[in-house]
Design a protein around this ligand. Structure first.
Ligand SMILES: Nc1ncnc2c1ncn2[C@@H]1O[C@H](COP(=O)(O)OP(=O)(O)O)[C@@H](O)[C@H]1O
Ligand SMILES: [Mg+2]
Length: 254
């Protein structure tokens, strides 16, 4: 399970993102980016953040540490903005937190060089989870001195919005032409050789076990959270071996 912290102070909303994440302080004295369970995108966004974030980390990519954040809606009482107050009020209980990377800069593909190996690993991972949110306009990568950090995996695994169609949807190719790293000659074949063998049923069981039951319970068609965990693992397991052959838009095939 992810470490659980309790929010002690709401610092304020983070304005850059589309989903209005917040910044909080917690009882362990940490500062976290908070993704609200009551946000319009719903709890599936949070499930995607955990499954993809924890998978990426285990594949050796840099992802800020994830925690669950218990939030008392009372923290929102002093919030002047109605939108923010509404989010806090509707997000009592378990939310997602992410280590706030203080001093991180947004990734700018024109100002920062990425090697083909690292670009390949990130593009390959994004193809695996079908991430449509790492584009030039919105890279969702941060830069620290030690390198690139991946954030914002809410818009991945589109198949979890329609489970009956998941096998067909998961078999679809990945269009990388808009990817923030598409111009860095990503070596996706090398990444596949290195990373695909690591994506085993065992690893995916470990990753999906990190998702709190509260975000999995009550999904139509599934009797238990563990059944749904298996449904998350299946398409990723099926894609891992061959997805690198179904990545379009990287140059060779244009
Ligand atoms: N862990 C973090 N550390 C520092 N800044 C962050 C972190 N996570 C998000 N941010 C900042 O907040 C913005 C919005 O967060 P993001 O996760 O992309 O949410 P959204 O779904 O709203 O796009 C990011 O573009 C980034 O500038
Ligand atoms: Mg974002």
């Amino acid at each position: 399970m992810l470490k659980e912290v309790i929010a002690t102070r709401f610092i304020g909303p983070l304005r850059e993102g589309g989903s209005l994440p917040g910044l909080i302080e917690a009882d362990d004295l940490g500062t976290y980016v908070l993704k609200f369970t009551g946000a319009g995108q719903g709890r599936k966004t949070l499930v995607a953040e955990v499954v993809c974030g924890e998978l990426a980390r285990r594949l050796g990519l840099r992802v800020p540490r994830l925690v669950t954040v218990e939030l008392d809606p009372v923290l929102g009482l002093g919030e002047p903005e109605q939108e923010v107050q509404h989010l806090l009020k509707s997000s009592g209980g378990t939310n997602l937190g992410m280590d706030f990377l203080s001093g991180a800069l947004g990734f700018d593909p024109l100002a920062f060089e990425v090697g083909p190996e690292e670009a390949g690993r990130i593009v390959w991972f994004d193809a695996l989870v079908n991430n449509v949110d790492r584009s030039w306009r919105n890279p969702n990568m941060l830069r620290l001195r030690d390198g690139l950090w991946l954030i914002d995996h809410g818009a991945t695994m589109i198949w979890h919005h329609n489970w009956p169609g998941a096998p067909a949807s998961a078999a679809r190719p990945y269009d990388a032409s808009d990817h923030a790293l598409s111009t860095f000659a990503p070596d996706v074949a090398a990444a596949a050789a290195e990373l695909a063998p690591l994506v085993t049923g065992e690893l995916l069981a470990e990753v999906t076990a990190e998702v709190p039951d509260a975000w999995l319970a009550g999904e139509p068609g599934f009797d238990t959270p563990d059944e749904l965990r298996l449904a998350y693992a299946r398409p990723l397991l099926a894609r891992a071996a061959t997805v690198h052959r179904h990545i379009h838009g990287l140059g060779e095939d244009q």
